[in-house]
Write a new protein. Sequence first.
Length: 817
Amino acid sequence: MTHIVAQVIWVRSNETQVHPESDTHIRAVKSYKGVKITGASFWQQLKASLWRNVKLKLRSGGVLAGELFTPACFVGILAVIKILSKPETKPSIVFPVNSLNSSAFGYPIHSNKVILAAPNSTQYDQFMQQVLSQLPGPPSYQMFNSSETLERHYISLQEKAKTNILAGVVFNYGNDVNAYAIRMNSEKLPSTSIAFHPNKGSCRKEKDGTDTFNCPANQYMSSGFALLQMALENVLMKNLGLSSPDPKARSLRVQMMDKKEYSPDSSSIQTTSSIYFVISFTFMVSQLTVRIVSEKEKKIKEGMMMMGLRSSAFWLSWTIVYMALVFFTTCLITIIILASNFFRQSNIFILFLAFLLYGGSFVCFAFMITPFFNKAKTAGSVAGMSTILLSCLYLAFSQTRSPNSYDSNLDPALQWVMCLLSPVAFATFTDQALFLDIHLNGFGFDDSLTYGKFPLYAPLLMLFIDIIIYSVLTFYLDKVVPGEYGVRYHPLYFLQKDYWCPGSDLDERTKLMSPSHSVAQAVDVEAMPANMHNKMAMRIASLTKTFKIKKKIIKAVDGFCLDIYEGQITCLLGHNGAGKSTLMNMLTGVVTPTCGRATVLGLEITKSSDLERIRSLCGICPQHDILYKELSCREHLRIFANIKGVPSSQIDKTIEKALQDVDLVSHSNTLAENLSGGQKRKLSVAIALIGDPKLIFLDEPTAGMDPFSRRHMWSLLKRHKEGRVILLTTHFMDEADILSDRKAFISKGKLRCCGSSLFLKNKFGVGYHLTMVAAADCEVQKVTTSLQSIIPSIQLERSHGKEISYTVPLADVGSFS
């Protein structure tokens, strides 16, 4: 069996010149502006993405098991360590009686201190002199006309960092002549919101009693408050005639309440547990990052985006899947905590909520960092290590507080800022939660949530805020961070009019389609008939792409110009490195043009908002197969059918037809990793054609196929060209001659000639191809000798598999008659 096709060889290239056209081009673009951009709904794409993600996770084997059970194993080990550790038992303590006049309590009051008093009058001035006579030092005093004046003076001193003010005394308080108020810096006094300090581990220095400086119960004494109050009361009672002549009666004695036996947990378990809880999720963070960047590295993510998948559906689908994993893992951890009595007195729901919020935050954190990586292994390592290192920042909190103290010496404002890093926020929460559970009476939905300067609700709230911030940054960075593939948005894209009002620059784009902007024509480019002008669907104008390789600028595409029409198959031909795939990648948004413009159905490829609409109309078969090795042919088609918006009732029928069209019915349930190279190309073509897209881009679609499969594919593409725009690239001249309506030849990134087969044969024809499909036992040399006996000038061009091709000069074409 033989098949004869014409060979076309271009032999020269002329400079192009402008050829005026009618204003039909303007009408053409305006008609395409009315094309209804249809596609799948967000929910259909989300459903398809969820289905895909679940399939991938279920077939990931040990990775899924590791993600589910590694955190629980970490917590289980920690629980065992806590159970086996034996804390030191603190004995009961009976504290001695101490005099308030003790020098241990008098040190805050000395001659350098100043007492502010108001209002200013002779009576109160004399009163203050009597008070100072009973105080050690004694300190000095300053009178003010009113309490407001006193406050303003104090605030001004605070701003100047002057701290020699002991206290303020306001007489005639509440219009009661015998009432007064002592005002002192709240940081020097215990909280007034609690009657008893609940920390069982504090104030336990034996034999020190109330002289224990760090004991919160002693702050009224150690600050000088009680001594000042005693002096004020003594003078007041004397003036009222109530004082006793015995000076001992005016002396106060204090005694701390007895401490019961106490068995605190080891303080090291508090710090260790906080970091341990964070580290327990490191494997899940790492694997999530690897999965996302792996899809990016293999071009799978960009391939789905080129087919119209919304980025919101992509991110939300992975969020739902991983939040389901986090929920399951959190339930396991909660069960372990309950069974081991890890938190003895605390509300388990708050713990569950904290783990769930942290899980959500690290999922969003993993998403947020993926735009910065192109290699999955690197991304996974960085994600895991960053989680561990960031959690160690929590040590700045835990190591800057006094023993048995809840509050850190860090400024609370700094702690709020540090909790913008979710590992720090979660480690801080677990540290504070353990403190409340060990030293106090646990925590719940009560005052314990607001205890301290940086209360327990603060890191919980920050985890929720972190989720929101990381989510917003994920969508933003995914659009603007430069990557290896895809068109990037301007950093301020959300402020641009075209982002919110697509098509607002229609008049500007229409000018591109006007005669003055017409694609240059020449004797090497066939002019299109007038009846095709209103079918022009794509205009490429001076499109250029350069790459910098070892400080050298390489022009992959150099000022390329071409018009492409609906209802035709346009073929791009050229040698390896000619620029065919680069041009295709620019038209589909995989790479960004260096300069030049191109419109597809009136939408511009360099505008990100337009590109998303173009992609909703596209079916794309890239040069390299972008398939999931874990999914079968049928599963791939189901995913892309949903992405393209095929109605649910027609999906099964559409999949069966697609499998039949590319002859993959017998391999419909075969995983992609088990397909041959030719079968993978068939699947890629089926994916490109599913959903009846308006625009079809095929980059070497028949590469790796046997001759029979190639011809079958040619017939399939011819059936699909009506009402569509098909652009393909190929290395095979016979394929281009049989399949395409127009052929465009590219060399060194430039358009050299373009036209129908007849036009190019008449202009550049030098002969024909004689192509044969040979039997398995065919001897090529014998066939060649036999043909040369008839046509001496015939030359063997190639012999590959079952296909043999010869070149026949034009002068000998008559030998076929």
